[in-house]
Ligand binder design. Structure first.
Ligand code: THU
Length: 158
């Protein structure tokens, strides 16, 4: 028997330590939370994707009275980006979340289903995606979806 060790590097930084382009992306994700439709959870999530052509696409979580019919901010954003700009890679994705008390105190990681969609987008364009998880205190920066989803399922198994 042996053990396989899987490591993930998460860079923890402040808003001020981000590049100007990344700060703008985080701002766009925060702003996108204002367009969230979350009457059931009251948890507003926003995402902003920086595409290869420099365009920024934003999205937010959209809930439904039939709960599973709703979608997360990350999937709303990536599916919109991929359907509007099918030839553009997603270079960076920023995610922000707000509850009744304001923007979250520690970074909110994407749910499992969103991680799988992030991975598909990364693979589709063969371009490593930088992921910025915002919170008021600190920002987590991840280089590539593998950091969020080790031992992932992908097309190579089909
Ligand atoms: N949510 C997101 O938008 N992204 C995530 O990665 C986690 C959860 C949304 C889904 C639902 O509308 C609300 O947050 C509470 O789960």
């Amino acid at each position: 028997m042996k053990t396989i060790k899987i490591e993930t590097n998460v860079c923890v930084c402040t808003y001020a330590e981000l590049s100007e382009e990344e700060r703008r992306l985080v701002d766009a994700a925060k702003e996108a939370t204002s367009r969230s439709y979350a009457p059931y959870s009251h948890f507003a999530v926003g995402a902003a994707a920086l595409l290869g052509n420099g365009i920024v696409v934003t999205g937010s979580n959209q809930e439904n009275a039939a709960y599973p019919s709703g979608t997360c901010a990350e999937r709303t954003t990536l599916f919109y980006a991929n359907s509007q700009y099918p030839d553009q890679p997603v270079k960076t994705l920023a995610i922000a979340a707000r509850n009744a008390s304001g923007f979250v105190e520690s970074p909110i990681p994407p749910c499992g289903a969103c991680r799988q969609v992030l991975l598909e987008t990364e693979r589709r364009y063969n371009h490593l995606m930088r992921i910025l998880l915002h919170s008021e205190k600190e920002i987590y920066c991840l280089e590539g979806v593998k950091s969020l989803l080790p031992l992932s399922f992908g097309a190579e198994y089909l």
